[in-house]
Design a protein around this ligand. Sequence first.
Ligand code: 5AD
Ligand code: SF4
Length: 480
Amino acid sequence: MLISENKVIDETRQGEATVLNAEVKDKKGNLYLESYGCQMNFSDSEIVASVMAENGYATTQTAEDADVIFLNTCAIRENAEQRVRKRLSELKALKKEKPHLMVGVLGCMAERLKEKFLEEEKLVDLVVGPDAYRDLPALVERTESGSKSVNVLLSLEETYADINPVRLTGNGISAFISIMRGCDNMCSFCVVPFTRGRERSRDPESIMKEARELFEAGYREITLLGQNVDSYLWFGGGPKKEFKLLSDEEKAASVDFADLLKMTAEISPELRVRFTTSHPRDLTDKVLHAMAAYDNICKYIHLPVQSGNTRVLSLMNRGYSREWYMDRVEAVRRILPDCALSTDIITGFCTETDEEHKDTLSLMEWAAFDYSYMFKYSERPKTPAERKYTDDIPEEVKTARLTEVIQLQNRMSLESNKKDIGKVFEVLVEGPSKKSVDDFCGRNSQNKMIVFPKGNAQKGQYVKVKVNTCTSATLIGELV
Ligand code: 5AD
Ligand code: SF4
């Protein structure tokens, strides 16, 4: 039976589709799964596919072939939700043709809207939050007998540690492993703590087992995933506790993020290790030294700053100042001189002045980010910012500030890429480039995409590539 890649829709990156095979015993039907939003959601979809495959549902490539359609949704910004609404309205016609078709909404939007989803969107049969995916087969069965189902219970413990994800997306070379779930940070603009619940770390043994199995299956790059990987702490399970509150026994057996990085890197020097996302408040020198100690831990950190102004950062409840962030960047430059940095920026947060916006521009320029994900502030219901502040920056001002931020970043990305011309990098070959079948593409340690003529190289191999030219998004080179 075919387990195949389904549609991947994302605001920041577009996944590449591949078809994977997996056995489905006692087939009950076809599942079509569409994912929106962040990498965590894509990773969750692989868990969903696994849970459903165990229960007789093979994934299919087209909505038309499906008995069950799941949309794994994102709620981070208003436009992410609008996209899901639009998709649901497109599915209405299909549901009319196939009355037995079941439509489920999973993920962050399901968690945010709960039962209300069933009232607002009549075609939806199932609403399931991020911690309730084990319950999906039972909910599907119940829904088959005519009743609509909702499970949006959040958990303090669920990490899906024992579930072997079905690798839906990707190239067979790089995979994501989720090491923790939820977020305790409560950044005032962010809906994630409400939709994904409390932070909890997954046990390191199950992470290592998954990483080893991927390596044995030919994968050569693993990205450890979490909302805030630097606060990863395993001490035997359960909700997050601070290190100083652990018993002596728990302390002795505990594994922090730097330890986990080293354990993963030691699986094989041929296995690259990446991670995302880091929080500037929690990124320790210990993690930076662990990165420095292993060639196969990639020299790239995504370090969202959000704003370059301390007053705005404080309204955002980010837990650091402009100076603290600069100190962390200096530590990165000192300990890892060849490390690339990227960031997230929000423009037009509540009460942000022109001067404060300029602080963001000047910090970006100072840090010389290699690239950035840039957004206009989008007020989210029930977040601390929605309750405490007024979303008072006019849309045109948010847009104008965003345009400035994007222009600056484009210039800096091009400058950063130009500096790489003439250099030779070790590249992990990911597969054919999007634009030409004669070219391969792959990334260097710094996470920059490099395109080069195939020569004798093979997918999954490490090759040396000399950079000859570039755009602001890509390096272009040749095998040496
Ligand atoms: N409006 C705009 N951007 C947001 N992000 C999170 N919440 C919002 C919001 N309400 C951005 C942050 C975060 C990234 C994943 O999405 O920059 O780091
Ligand atoms: Fe949201 Fe902040 Fe948690 Fe990131 S760290 S998920 S921005 S609350």
